[in-house]
Design a protein around this ligand. Structure first.
Ligand code: GLA
Ligand code: ZN
Length: 670
């Protein structure tokens, strides 16, 4: 059944009135209304109140909360409360708790710690969700269902091991194929009985911090795939229950982290009705990093997403939690909107008095009144969103650059045992994202399964694992006039983490027109010199590929080491298109020069040049172009030339200001 859209641009967030006496709720609502808050996310962590004993339910308080919000005409995002289990459950059914990487079964406490394979957890969660869905499905104020909370983290228990073996049977069918896929004759790992397969935890085939070091990468990558699938099954279990009662209201679960390594969001996106994301950029994180995440969230379904959580002021859980500077909150929320968010939601609407998050910022602080800086900023943003939300809602950018981010790559690349210990996927992806971000060239963050044909350029840094079918997809795309930019450590392994023999980059050799014989590790405090054919000097880090040309031409050569004079960066015409190969990790300025060549060659359009401001564009269904001009800094910045004539600011109704002060934002249209 087709799901309804969100009825309006939601402004609100997590609200936990169960932490306060009932007679305080109406005052809260008055305060929220003052800030134009129109929605609340409720029931995220209430299982212990809703089901104090197994099978004994008490919805009286939740009924009152729902009534209070409904009477106040709030839109409700209804959560299912399955992310934190009540104490009785751990006591009665210890198997509901996760076994960690060190092999320890957890006890009551914390949250997000259920075993995805526990039949008891599945049964009890289904019962609870069934009752919630049945009870509230007819409430017209519920505009979205919020399943569980921030899925993530792995379990290494016996029940998971058992299900893993089943999962492997589905993937490999026979032990011969499994042994071959994992190349198990190395170190006498050959398996002769399915029951011999154990989970790759710290006591077995993996060591070091979780997800970072392993002996058989094929096994460990499969375990991460399996765990992501197990959690996805749980999500789908809840979603299907909800849909029996509430078939037309969108269902989501909140994605999180930078992004979360343990969950394949691209796979999960298919069963989300709308993507939702919790955004908590660290105080020292460059502004292109959250922008990258928002672009990823929007691209997951090529649809606007919900900014499900963010903090109005500070968090409590980072090593240092500075206050957002005056104006910074508004700018950071509008940054998400600029990249495709159709909601602005906070964690939390009211600050807890006790428990783990009592120092986490909120719309209503401990002080309780509205004459606070944070509240006034929330109020200002509320006025802004009331004014511009209806115009923005549903609009999308039209990116011509697609940057590949792929979870199997993330997993397998970071398991690489060799060349250098410093192989981290995200920083290399961000190197490339930043180049387009700083040029204000709209970029989608795509998966290897997305359609490439709509992009003028597909950027595929460290495309380490090339799954079946991807070689043909890439070569066809380029042959038909597409452009590919890829790098060192691409085309190395198949879907089970075995090397493609015959020279690197394996399946990308033909399209790049090169082959790589060896790769040098560059020591942390050193670099390898590289010279562009025009003479400009570049500097390479991390590793350096020793490249042989087939049909490609050299556009930069190494200028130091014994391989000085050999190709470092190449360009290959292939069919109607072109492929570039960058053999080393270039520093920012060096990469800037290379990307400038590519951008000029393809005439990729920038929304605003020569500016330190961030500029994005969202286009409405009727073709109106909205330009978000964001000053994501503490310094004033001049308005880019592109917007000096003919534009007005939707927020003020006036012409744009010539100078944007610190953290100021304008939304410009003609
Ligand atoms: C996460 C959780 C919330 C809350 C916030 C605090 O995003 O989903 O319940 O703990 O962090 O920042
Ligand atoms: Zn388990």
């Amino acid at each position: 059944m087709k799901k309804k859209d969100l009825p309006q641009f939601l402004y609100g967030g997590d609200y936990n009135p169960e932490q306060w006496p009932e007679d305080t709720w109406s005052d809260d609502i008055k305060v929220f209304k003052q800030a134009e808050i129109n929605s609340a996310t409720i029931n995220v962590f209430s299982w212990a109140l809703l089901e104090p004993q197994e099978g004994e339910y008490d919805f009286s308080q939740l009924d009152k909360i729902v009534k209070t919000l409904s009477d106040a005409d709030f839109d409700i995002v209804m959560a299912t409360s399955t992310a934190a289990m009540p104490a009785w459950m751990f006591k009665k059914y210890p198997d509901v708790a996760r076994v960690d990487y060190q092999g320890r079964r957890h006890v009551f406490g914390a949250r997000h710690n259920f075993c995805p394979s526990s039949k008891n957890y599945q049964r009890l969660a289904s019962d609870l969700v069934t009752r919630i869905a049945k009870r509230y499905c007819d409430n017209p104020h519920i505009v979205a269902w919020h399943v569980n909370n921030e899925y993530g983290g792995n379990c290494y228990c016996d029940a998971c091991a058992k299900e893993f073996r089943q999962w492997l049977k589905g993937r490999y069918h026979t032990l011969d194929q499994l042994n071959q896929a994992w190349n198990m004759n190395v170190w006498s790992h050959t398996i002769h009985d399915w029951d011999e397969i154990v989970v790759p935890n710290e006591l077995g085939d993996a060591w070091g911090p979780e997800g970072t070091e392993t002996i058989v990468a094929g096994l460990s990558v499969d375990y991460l795939r399996f765990q992501s699938d197990q959690l996805l099954n749980l999500y789908q279990m809840e979603k299907q229950i909800i849909e029996q009662y509430s078939p037309d209201i969108p269902v989501t679960t909140n994605f999180h982290s930078l992004p979360n390594k343990m969950i394949d969001y691209q796979k999960w996106a298919k069963s989300q009705d709308i993507i939702s994301y919790d955004s908590y950029p660290a105080y020292d994180m460059p502004t292109y990093h959250p922008a990258f995440l928002y672009d990823m969230m929007r691209t997951l379904k090529q649809q606007p997403f919900m900014l499900m959580e963010s903090t109005p002021s500070q968090v409590n859980w980072q090593p240092y939690s500075p206050l957002k500077r005056p104006g910074q909150m508004r700018a950071t929320e509008l940054q998400a909107v600029a990249h495709g968010a159709d909601t602005v939601q906070f964690f939390q609407l009211k600050q807890a008095l006790g428990g783990s998050e009592k120092y986490h910022g909120a719309v209503i602080s401990h002080y309780g009144r509205t004459d606070t800086r944070a509240f006034q900023e929330v109020e200002r943003l509320g006025h802004d969103l009331r004014k511009v939300g209806p115009t923005i809602k549903g609009s999308m950018p039209n990116a011509k650059v697609g940057l590949i981010f792929d979870w199997s790559n993330f997993w397998s690349f970071e398991y690489v045992d060799g060349i250098t210990h410093d192989l981290q996927y995200l920083p290399i992806i961000l190197d490339y994202y930043r180049q387009f971000y700083e040029r204000n060239i709209p970029t989608d963050v795509i998966s290897v399964d997305d359609d490439f044909s709509k992009y003028d350029l597909v950027v595929a840094p460290v495309l380490y694992m090339v799954k079946p079918g991807l070689e043909e997809k890439i070569t066809d795309y380029v042959a038909q006039g597409g452009h590919l930019l890829t790098t060192f450590m691409s085309g190395m392994v198949d879907a089970s983490d075995n090397i493609y023999p015959g020279g690197y980059p394996g399946p990308l050799k033909q399209v790049t027109g090169i082959w790589v014989e060896e790769s040098d590790a560059i020591l942390p405090d050193q670099d390898v010199k590289i010279a562009l054919t025009g003479g400009q000097q570049l500097s390479g880090h991390l590793m350096a590929d020793l490249i042989h040309l087939e049909s490609a031409k050299t556009i930069a050569k190494y200028a130091s080491e014994f391989y000085a004079g050999t190709p470092a960066i190449t360009e290959n015409k292939y069919g109607q298109g072109k492929a570039w190969y960058v053999g080393s990790r270039l520093d920012h300025d060096s990469l800037h020069k290379v990307i400038s060549m590519v951008v000029d060659d393809l005439s990729l359009a920038s929304l605003a040049q020569n500016t330190n401001l961030e500029v994005t564009r969202r286009v409405t269904a009727d073709g109106k172009e909205l330009y978000f001009v964001l000053n994501m800094s503490n310094d004033s910045q001049p308005l880019p030339d592109e917007f000096k004539e003919g534009y007005y600011d939707l927020l003020t109704g006036q012409s744009p200001k010539e100078v944007l002060s610190a953290w100021d934002v304008e939304i410009l249209a003609k």
